[in-house]
Design a protein around this ligand. Structure first.
Ligand SMILES: [Zn+2]
Length: 124
């Protein structure tokens, strides 16, 4: 297992980066650099940035505290499911990202699982 860089504390300037990315992604987590990337050309609202940071911080936490190996498919699936469930499946987080409201929460929850599998397919 590779050496984990700087997991003891978070320095926002060091551990979070805003970069121009491929338009198909809104963010990512680089376990080698222990750095979250927010795609400034895609994540263009506060709600989307909040969703990206929440999702990627769960990956960072799993890497630093649970010793996730991102080359292990089982580990990767586990951390992606955790991130999707905690960051995107709750009503409040979905509302903050503009994905859900009291009017469409039932429909939003029904599309959450296919969205998660689409995210996993993009990784594999
Ligand atoms: Zn993810």
């Amino acid at each position: 297992m590779q050496t984990v860089l700087c997991c003891s504390e978070v320095d926002i300037r060091r551990h979070i980066s805003c970069e121009v990315c491929d338009p198909s992604v809104s963010g990512g987590y680089d376990s080698i650099m222990n750095q979250i990337v927010v795609c400034q050309n895609v994540a263009r609202s506060e709600g989307i940035v909040q969703g990206v940071l929440t999702h990627e911080m769960i990956h960072m936490f799993d890497y630093c505290r649970n010793e996730v190996d991102f080359k292990n498919v089982d580990h990767l699936a586990c951390t992606e499911i955790r991130a999707a469930n905690l960051a995107h499946c709750s009503f409040l987080s979905a509302c903050a990202q503009g994905d859900a409201s009291f009017i469409n929460i039932r429909q939003r929850h029904q599309v959450m699982l296919p969205d998660m599998f689409e995210h996993l397919q993009a990784i594999f």
